[in-house]
Write a protein that binds this ligand. Structure first.
Ligand SMILES: [Mg+2]
Length: 485
């Protein structure tokens, strides 16, 4: 009998059934053993011909994102009838090294921003390549998608087409197992709820004001749970609204739900946020800290930082780093700066990391663009101490997870991020929990497409029950915390 265990399962069953009744007990044991080994050896890829969860169909739809621009929704149907959909985000300030978001360029539709070509690729070339592929083999699928595209920046088929398929298949595999996405996209148990960074005040390209820096965020590091942290953030957001009203500022919100008033200087947003945190009944620098994303590439020109919106000054890279140093002295509540210098300012990045990298989190976004190769180089060069993770910057689930793993392996932080053009898709909430790196930034405490992610995190917190942990201030343990004033 032992030699027959290796033969095809069905044949074995038939033979077993023909065996004498007196053998029934040993045969039942052998069937169990054989069935187990059959499941463990479940083949991947089309060649085997016995896959239960193979990709049967891809459908794409040109939908709108939160800014009214076209984006892609991709629905995958597996052979067993399971279907899942992913909607692709889109960025406003895009790093030069990002994967290419394929737009039609046909000015007669959506000002050239249509995504019908990307839709065509999903339903044509990509579908015929991945049909029959096992949805459980995310790595294999993503490699196949990258190989099919054949360019280093996904410029042929578009990162929007590729990410739509990659993410939809990840969802389908989770559904096929009857599990949530956060429990299936990584191999280890996931129970860490991320500390959010909420973009409550905007400047730079995101606002018509005298503020050069793009994002001013609050981060509720000192609260005991995700739900309490979110409550504190929402209360602070409303307190900020009141502070703005009191001073006669507009409380209209921008793309990410942050206020975008006509403030007078780069410092004013920090002052207003500190006032709002206190007004809401929390301690700045303890319960709630400040994160900045000045998006310095946006005001870097020919080797200098041009403060065109505030005092019209011009700063060399060393002066820019000196400015951040002085800000940290003045505002010890700032615990994190993203893109404090420009993506092309290598000397500036080296200097800022050397001088401030042991005090606060320095997040690389435009310079790393969630690209494992660029990030690897940055690690070698000793640049930054954290990376911003955006699925659509690189274009597949696998490469995104690779970047996160690389951060973990090298003691870097990783902040999972939304884009300015979002939908009701909540994949990044699951990704943030699965990643286990304890950070997410997904907009302010308003606008449905941002709140959808926070609400999903509340659901995950409930699902995890007593197993749920909140990252809180623990994420900053790896750097020396700022010296409190
Ligand atoms: Mg950024």
């Amino acid at each position: 009998m032992r030699n027959e265990i290796g033969i095809e399962y069905r044949t074995f069953i038939e033979r077993a059934n023909r065996a004498a009744v007196s053998w029934s007990h040993s045969i039942r044991c052998l069937v169990r053993q054989s069935k187990k080994s059959f499941q463990n050896d479940r083949p991947r890829g089309r060649e085997s011909g016995i896959i239960m969860s193979e990709i049967a169909k891809l459908q794409a739809l040109e939908i709108l994102d939160s800014r009214g621009n076209p984006t892609l929704s991709v629905t995958v149907t597996l052979a067993n009838g399971v279907t899942a959909t992913a909607k692709v985000p889109s960025g406003a300030s895009t790093g030069k090294r990002e994967a290419v978001e394929l737009r039609d360029g046909d000015k007669s539709r959506y000002g050239g921003k249509g995504v019908l070509r990307a839709k065509g690729y999903v339903e044509g070339e990509i579908q015929s390549t991945v049909q029959g592929f096992d949805a459980n083999d995310q790595k294999g699928l993503d490699k196949r998608l990258c190989d099919l595209d054949g360019t280093p920046n996904k410029g042929r088929l578009g990162a929007n087409a590729i990410l739509g398929v990659s993410l939809a298949v990840a969802h389908a595999a989770a559904k096929d197992h009857g599990l949530p996405l956060y429990a299936t996209i990584v191999d280890k148990p996931a129970n860490l709820l991320p500390t959010p960074g909420l973009n409550v005040l905007n400047g730079g390209k995101h606002a018509d004001s005298n503020v050069d820096f793009q994002e001013f965020m609050i981060s509720p590091v000192g609260l005991p749970s995700f739900s309490e942290a979110l409550r504190a953030s929402a209360e602070t957001f409303h307190a900020l609204q009141a502070v703005l009203h009191k001073r006669g500022y507009s409380a209209g919100v921008g793309d990410e739900g942050g206020f975008a008033p006509q403030l007078k200087s780069n410092e004013e947003p920090v002052e207003l946020i500190l006032e709002a945190i206190q007004k809401a009944g929390y301690k700045p620098g303890k319960d709630i800290v400040i994160m900045l994303d000045p998006a310095a590439s946006e005001f870097f020109d020919e080797g200098n930082y041009i403060f065109a919106k505030s005092d019209k000054s011009k700063k060399a890279p060393a002066e820019m780093v000196a400015l951040w140093k002085s800000w940290l002295k003045r505002y010890p509540e700032i615990w994190s700066i993203e893109d404090g210098v420009a993506e092309d300012d290598h000397a500036g990045w080296t200097q800022i990391t050397k001088e401030l990298g042991n005090q606060i989190q320095l997040v690389g976004d435009d310079n790393f663009v969630t690209n494992p190769a660029l990030f690897c180089q940055g690690i070698k060069d000793g640049i930054a101490n954290a990376i911003l993770i955006k699925l659509n910057q690189i274009g597949t689930v696998t490469e995104t997870l690779e970047c996160i793993q690389m951060a973990r392996d090298h003691g870097y932080g990783a902040v999972i991020s939304h884009r300015s053009g979002e939908t009701d898709d909540t994949s990044i909430a699951d990704l943030a929990v699965a990643a286990g790196m304890g950070q997410i930034k997904t907009g302010s405490a308003c606008r449905g497409e941002r709140i959808a992610k926070y609400n999903r995190l509340l659901e995950i917190e409930r699902e995890l029950g007593s197993k749920a942990r909140y990252a809180g201030a623990g994420i900053y343990d790896q750097w020396k915390k700022p010296v409190k004033a």
